[in-house]
Design a protein around this ligand. Structure first.
Ligand code: FE2
Ligand code: FE2
Length: 241
């Protein structure tokens, strides 16, 4: 899928503003993931995993620094008259362990989840490294991070096979399915938003005009100014109408 979308990635990374925005967004995602994995190292009962998670968290926080520094350098290199970056829309990263409560997850499912996320990140970063040929410094950042992501992808799989030798394959499949499901929900939600906007626009231009026309016609029939009320109506009004 990502390979098919390569021209889209090339287009996204081809623009310097989008490139900066992507790098800064990745910095956030990596830092977020690093904090979660750090938490995982605090709560795991397994001493080997504790050490590995800690090294992993340090890597992710280092990735955040690398992305932030590269983004900042590109930002500074922008011409002074360039328009300011709009902070509104930031692309989501791939790799953060979003909506996962580390404390509630046993090591098996965390490892399976991390393995799938790291694999996706490694695939994405390979593409990004290839499409930023024109920018050797950004390319070098991806190159360095990619090496770590491949290590993360491999150690999570090896450790998953160690802590859950009978069911590790099923765990990975389940993590993959849940990732796909979340992606589907994300796409479906934005599609629903689009359809909603379309329906409201259609209503505005097709359903509303007749009512506006009737209201205008009724307005023309109304007499101007105050309307006298019959003399015998002496009850005080209870409503505006
Ligand atoms: Fe990372
Ligand atoms: Fe990673």
């Amino acid at each position: 899928m990502d390979r098919m979308l390569r021209p889209v990635h090339r287009w996204i990374w081809g623009d310097s503003e989008r490139r900066v925005r992507k790098l800064l967004a990745f910095a956030e995602v990596e830092a977020d993931g690093g904090r979660d994995i750090l938490r995982a190292s605090e709560v795991t009962p397994d001493p080997l995993l504790r050490r590995l998670y800690l090294a992993h968290a340090i890597d992710e926080l280092h990735h955040a620094d690398l992305f932030r520094e590269r983004g900042a350098a590109l930002l500074q290199a922008r011409p002074a008259r360039a328009t300011p970056l709009s902070a509104g829309w930031l692309p989501s990263g791939d790799h953060g362990i979003d909506d996962l409560r580390v404390e509630d997850e046993p090591d098996e499912s965390l490892l399976a989840f991390l393995h799938v996320a790291e694999k996706a990140a490694a695939g994405r970063f390979t593409i990004y490294r290839d499409v930023v040929q024109d920018d050797p410094s950004t390319r070098a950042v991806f190159e360095e991070i990619l090496r770590d992501e491949v290590f993360h992808m491999n150690y999570t799989y090896t450790q998953l096979a160690r802590v859950s030798p009978e069911r590790y394959r099923r765990r990975v499949w389940r993590a993959r399915a849940s990732r796909l499901w979340k992606r589907y929900l994300r796409v479906a939600a934005s599609l629903a938003g689009l359809i909603g906007t379309l329906m409201l626009t259609i209503q505005y231009f097709i359903v509303l005009p007749p009512f506006a026309w009737f209201a205008k016609r009724a307005e023309r029939r109304e007499s101007r100014g105050w309307t006298p009320i019959p003399r015998d109506r002496d009850r005080s009004p209870t409503s505006q109408y």
